[in-house]
Ligand binder design. Structure first.
Ligand code: ADP
Ligand code: MG
Length: 233
């Protein structure tokens, strides 16, 4: 395990529900090292997606401390959080969130263009080739299978050279073989580019491919374990 990348100290999150305030995260303590692979498991409604949103800078915290690369994230405003996401984090969702009016190539190039990166289209072509989609660069999302769309989403995520990849049930809408390919590509990004990988899953087998498993229950960490992979690392 490398230097600490993410540190949560006693993080609480309360949101306003229809029937009053709802406690969603109830005192999370979590430390994730740079380059680590971590799975978050837990029943539906236990706060997995919310925790990912906090770590991805999409959602603030009500109490406690969240630091990223030793930088306090708790007081950042919307603009600073947007910059933080752009520079450090890529999120892969279960539904792929591709823009329907853009080709695969444009979908991958767009965030790089917005971030002012050099040669976004050449880079997008490379990233699409790396996920095996050289032949599909001009296709629109509606012309691609679910697995292909998820590979475009992954290429788009990796093109930004993230320090952290967050994946929320990334294989949930895919069949086994197709999902397995996505998983392989995410772990390759961890291995080859040193990206830290934090993924939410229902799949114990997938969780077992990570170095560490964090089990959530009712917005709290119920258990943490180092896997065989983690012990071998
Ligand atoms: P999981 O991903 O583990 O299924 P979530 O993080 O999506 O769980 O949700 C945790 C709990 O927080 C659930 O009970 C959910 O209904 C509630 N919740 C999520 N988002 C909101 C919100 N914006 N307002 C109120 N309650 C929410
Ligand atoms: Mg969820």
């Amino acid at each position: 395990m490398g230097d600490s990348l993410i540190r949560l100290n006693d993080v609480h999150l309360t949101l306003d529900g229809a029937a009053g305030p709802v406690k969603i995260l109830n005192g999370i303590d979590l430390d994730i090292g740079a380059g680590e692979t971590v799975a978050i498991l837990g029943p539906s409604g236990s706060g997995k997606s919310t925790l990912l949103s906090v770590i991805g800078g999409l959602e603030g915290v009500s109490a406690g401390r969240f630091t990223f690369m030793d930088r306090d994230m708790t007081d950042l405003d919307e603009d600073d959080l947007a910059m933080f996401r752009r520079d450090h984090v890529s999120i892969v969702f279960q539904s792929f969130h591709l823009l329907p009016t853009m080709t695969a190539l444009e979908n991958v190039a767009a965030p790089m263009e917005l971030a002012g990166k050099a040669n976004p289209f050449a880079r997008a072509e490379k990233e699409l080739a790396a996920v095996g989609l050289s032949e599909r660069v001009g296709h629109y999302p509606s012309q691609l299978s679910g697995g292909e769309q998820q590979r475009v989403a992954l290429a788009r995520a990796l093109a930004m050279d993230p320090d952290l990849i967050l994946a929320d049930e990334p294989t949930g809408n895919l069949d086994g073989d197709t999902g397995g390919r996505i998983v392989d590509l995410m772990f390759a990004a961890n291995r080859d580019r040193g990206a830290t990988l934090l993924l939410v899953t229902h799949d114990e087998k997938l969780a077992g491919m990570c170095q560490r498993i964090v089990r959530l229950k009712d917005g709290e960490i119920d258990a943490e374990e180092i896997t065989d992979v983690g012990r071998a690392a």
